[in-house]
Structures are given as C-alpha cells and as structure tokens.
Design a protein around this ligand. Structure first.
Ligand code: FE2
Length: 383
C-alpha cells in the first residue's frame, strides 16, 4: 500500500530555498499532543462566543509550503489544496478499501463526514484503523454523525481524542462545529463543519434554526471567508437536505437555503450511504428558495459539469465510506436537481470525493475504491 505515511508535507515543485525553509520549519515543530477533552457539548452561545477565538491547544503542524509566493522563484506550479471527503465508514473491508483509496490519492487532509465505527466501545480501534492506513499524524478531520453524536455507537468525545485536529488555526469545537482556513496563511479554502439535525448526549439536537446562534455562527463563517477573499468556501455536515436517498432534509431547509443564498461553492454531507451530486443551484431568477420535496427548474443555475465560480452551490452526498449501502430513489421528486448518483440499487460503489482547489479552479471527482467503477467529476472555474 503506497499510503501517504510520512509524506504529509506536500511539496509541489518546491524550490531548494523552500526545502530549506520547510526543513527548518518542521525541525522546530513537534507533533501535537491530543487536545484536552471537551467539557461536554457547549451551549450555542458558548460555541458562538468561541467561534472567533483561536483554540489555544490547536496543534500547529505542517503547513503546505507555498511555492507560488516564494520570493525570487517563478510560480510555475499553482498553489493548491487537495482533500478528500467521505462519511459512513464502519470498520469492515470496504472501509479499509476506501481508506486505501484515500491513501493512494495522497491528499493533504480528509474530511470525515460522520458515522465512524457503528459500534460502541470501538473508538480506539477505529482510530487505529485510520492511522494504519493514512499515517498516525494524517489530518483526518472529524465532524460527528448521528451514530456517535449521542454516544450510542461510539462517542464523538472519544473520537476527537484519538483522531485530533491536525490543521493549524482551526476555530470552534472540533468534531461538532468548527472551521479552518487551508492553508492557514493566504488560504485557498475555508472549510466549515456543522452538526444540524442529529441528537447529542442530552437527547437534544443542536439548534440551527433561522437566526439561532449556531445558524448565525455558520453565516458569519461564510461571510468572513468572502470578506477575506478566500477563493473557495466548503461547508460540510453529516446530514443532507436535498436527497434522493433514505433520509431527506434532515439538515433543515433554512440552513440549506442560507448556504445557497450565500453561494457557498460546495456543500458536503453523508448520512445517506450513497453518492448524490447536484447541479449547481442558486436562488433568484424565479427561484425564491429550495423547497424540499419539490423541484424548481429556476433553481438550477448550471446543469453541466463545468460551472462558473461564484454562480451557485453544488451539493454532494459522499456517504460511500464503507458502511452498508442504501438504495437511491429514482422516482424522488427532487431527482432533477441531481447530476449523478450511486447507491445499492444503481451503480453501487464505495469510494471518496477527491477535491483539488487552486485560486481559480475547483476540480472534484468521485474516486471508486478497488472493486467499484462508478465515477463522477465536475469543475467550478473562474470564468
Ligand atoms: Fe451512516
């Protein structure tokens, strides 16, 4: 297995001067200790208050050297951020195949979109599986699914201990509601992860209703990314809204419409154990809102695989991380929002979404694990 063990530092067309710089940087940089245990799930106000404060314990690890800004060197290689995203993993052979696929892609980080071990008491075993496949320090970045948010199939509070945040500058509560800019300096992508629609240890869902503190936190994180002129905004969560799968708008229509209104480039989810990728959607021009359970052609901004940056939002459910597949419903009223899909009953596959972002272009593709053949690809480009 040619995994990315020991290759976390992605050096693309790195000049000698930058190698020296990077070496010096790494020499002074110790692997992070695990984060301290969270003191339980915070209230919304606590989380909102924390949102603009850097987590002091956030480990500062390897940042991708930036050849494009290295003084005196022509920027032959574009700056880029490369990550994978998948949820609904489990601990079986398909989960391991998908992890092998991720390892082979050598991303800088992977977004784990919830539902990890599907078994109580197996957190360390799950983390060890990930570490064996991707390397002990690989940034396998967690947002909780419903199976661990309330602790019944493993506990998110334990998963964040054994797969801690590895990205510098992360803000918020890792595992539950956080964002990070990648790379930390001169970022290309802001990744925002939230947890609507699922129950936590107290039996309650976190409140992401319109204008709630968590809704406002999410909106502010998107707005600030735009204000900082970060080229790309990606929002991830376990639960979908638009869906042709088992679960429909669990994330809530208000939150979903807010993301579309703000033209978040890409929204990633799991929960449905399938792959479902929409066209680029936007409000305006006759589309006042996305209404779950219905289809409005006016909400489809671009229906081919080459889209314009800033024109709308693409939703991708990437729930083929290894857990047992769900069927897709091809008679679903929302199906015309979708460009392609894979499920138990159609083009069945396991695999991961693979995303590469440069300042002007975001390329995304579904990469099947060994034994699967389903593929998808789309591009969002500055035009
Ligand atoms: Fe799941």
């Amino acid at each position: 297995m040619s995994g990315p063990k020991g290759t976390r530092l992605r050096v693309k067309a790195l000049p000698a001067a930058a190698v020296v710089t990077a070496t010096l940087f790494l020499t002074g940089c110790q692997p992070a200790a695990t984060q301290p245990p969270p003191a339980g799930i915070p209230t919304a106000s606590e989380t909102a208050a924390a949102s603009e404060t850097a987590t002091p314990e956030t480990p500062v690890l390897r940042r991708t050297p930036d050849p494009g800004t290295t003084a005196g060197v022509s920027a032959a290689a574009p700056r880029s951020v490369h990550f994978t995203a998948q949820g609904d993993v489990g601990m079986g052979k398909d989960a391991k195949r998908v992890l092998d696929t991720i390892a082979g892609l050598k991303p800088q980080l992977s977004l784990a979109l919830g539902d990890f071990s599907y078994q109580a008491g197996k957190e360390k075993e799950f983390c060890a599986m990930v570490a064996e496949k991707l390397g002990a320090d690989f940034p396998y970045e967690l947002i909780t699914g419903n199976h661990e948010s309330d602790g019944h199939d493993g506990d998110i509070r334990n998963f964040v201990q054994c797969l801690p945040n590895r990205l510098p500058g992360l803000k918020g509560e890792y595992g539950t509601q956080w964002y990070v800019d990648v790379p930390e300096q001169n970022p290309l992508v802001r990744i925002i992860m939230v947890s609507p629609g699922i129950k936590f240890q107290d039996g309650n869902k976190l409140d992401y209703s319109k204008n709630s503190p968590r809704w406002l936190w999410t909106a502010a994180a998107v707005d600030a990314a735009k204000a900082k002129q970060i080229p790309w905004t990606v929002v991830g969560m376990h639960t979908p809204c638009l869906s042709i799968g088992k679960y429909d708008c669990v994330a809530g229509k208000d939150l979903t419409n807010m993301l579309v209104e703000k033209k978040v480039d890409l929204v990633l989810t799991g929960h449905n154990h399938s792959y479902q990728r929409t066209h680029q959607l936007s409000l305006g021009n006759g589309c006042t809102a996305l209404v779950p359970g219905t289809f409005s052609a006016a909400c489809v901004k671009d229906s081919d695989a080459s889209m314009a940056k800033g024109a709308g939002t693409v939703f991708a459910t990437s729930g083929l991380g290894g857990a047992g597949l769900h069927p897709v419903k091809e008679d679903d009223s929302e199906i015309r929002y979708f460009a392609t899909w894979s499920g138990q009953n159609r083009r069945a596959a396991f695999g991961t979404l693979d995303v590469t972002a440069t300042p002007d272009r975001l390329d995304a593709r579904f990469v099947p694990a060994e034994g699967s053949s389903f593929k998808d690809s789309f591009t969002i480009e500055k035009k």
